[in-house]
Design a protein around this ligand. Sequence first.
Ligand code: NAP
Length: 181
Amino acid sequence: MSKKRKLVVFIATTLDGYIATKEDSLEWLFKVEGDGDNGYSEFYETVDTVVMGKRTYDWLMEQDLEEFPYKNKECYVFTRSTLKNTEDVIFVNEDVTKFAEKRMNQDGKSIWIVGGGELLHSFIEEKLVDEFIITIAPTLLGNGIPLFKKGDDQLDLLLKGTRTFNQFVELHYEVKGSKNY
Ligand SMILES: NC(=O)c1ccc[n+]([C@@H]2O[C@H](COP(=O)([O-])OP(=O)(O)OC[C@H]3O[C@@H](n4cnc5c(N)ncnc54)[C@H](OP(=O)(O)O)[C@@H]3O)[C@@H](O)[C@H]2O)c1
């Protein structure tokens, strides 16, 4: 696949690899002392397309937000149900490779895979991810929703950089063998 854009995972996790509790709580994340917005707006400028799984979208819609947080981006929500698009999101039930192929050779900024773990697994299985930017919170949860699901999906990564935001550590990896590198 020829690529002009990157598929980037930008996500926060506990040290033991969970992105939410079993009850979908992110309280453990919000209580950590960071620095500014922990690199969020800088990253957000680099993307024009946002992709998430339906459970992450549902979580977002349950929050008391004044407006949809990704209003100025193209936002796709993966679901196996047939749902009517809203003014903010397009629901897609498509093979992830086909989805990526259609977009990766178009001009544009990077595509952000917001999560969660289930949708991410589909992209990892197909070796579609170009970069991981993972922010680690100083927290152990013991159980919850895993960032990475079990499978046979070996990826070799190259460390591109690390940053700290007070109590957070950000790890930035490129995926070796990705067409962009
Ligand atoms: N820590 C963080 O930075 C962070 C970031 C993102 C999310 N989260 C948290 O993660 C949790 C959700 O993660 P999750 O892993 O449980 O779920 P998820 O990946 O957000 O959503 C799973 C759902 O997405 C749809 N889906 C997934 N793969 C698909 C595919 N290949 N094709 C079509 N549809 C697909 C299915 O929806 P249907 O059932 O409708 O078919 C599936 O049930 C939430 O609590 C959220 O708050 C945390």
